[in-house]
Design a protein around this ligand. Structure first.
Ligand code: FES
Ligand code: FES
Length: 174
């Protein structure tokens, strides 16, 4: 039965949208190809990289492995719903997080899910929530800093320590 296209309605970013896909089509392709929501990216296709992360009823899910037929009336949230000025997006800009950018929609959506359940996550909680989001450019430290900043937990700027001991300057030789 999964091979026949079926008209159905999805709740995406607060709107009821009609889609026409086989029940086994991954949600990712419905979002990108039918609905034109291309902010959600395709990385591995096998739930290993996190590039395709969206929220389903507030939980971070890999849309590449989620059959659209299983979504039902659940509320789907994609990166487009954040609008560009979400506190996490502002922190991402402030910390200059992206490099190539490909993984970053998924990273941000995982971070949104994290902060919605744990507004002040410690390092272990950040690691646990973000572990499945792979970044080939290695932006992990900046991602962590941006999450802490958005959570109001930015570390204080490193104190500038002045050397109180005067440096002895040798007298010029005659
Ligand atoms: S594309 Fe879905 S986890 Fe990699
Ligand atoms: S910024 Fe390039 S893969 Fe993450």
């Amino acid at each position: 039965m999964g091979h026949f296209k079926m008209a159905s309605t999805l709740d995406v970013n607060g709107k009821a949208l009609n889609v026409n896909a086989t029940a086994d089509t991954p949600l990712l392709w419905v979002l990108r190809d039918e609905l034109g929501l291309t902010g959600t990216k395709y990385g591995c296709g096998v739930a290993q990289c996190g590039a395709c992360t969206v929220l389903v009823d507030g939980q971070a899910m890999r849309s590449c492995q989620l059959p659209v037929g299983s979504v039902g009336a659940a509320k789907i949230t994609t990166i487009e719903a954040l609008g560009g000025n979400h506190p996490l997006q502002q922190a991402w800009v402030k910390h200059d997080v992206p490099q190539c950018g490909y993984c970053q929609s998924g990273q941000i959506m995982s971070a949104v899910a994290l902060l919605s359940t744990n507004p002040k996550p410690d390092d272990a909680a950040i690691t646990a929530a973000m572990d499945g989001n792979i970044c080939r450019c290695g932006t992990y430290q900046r991602i962590r800093a941006a999450i802490k900043d958005a959570a109001g937990m930015a570390p204080a700027p490193a104190a500038v320590t002045m050397n109180a001991t005067p440096i002895a300057v040798p007298a010029p030789k005659a």
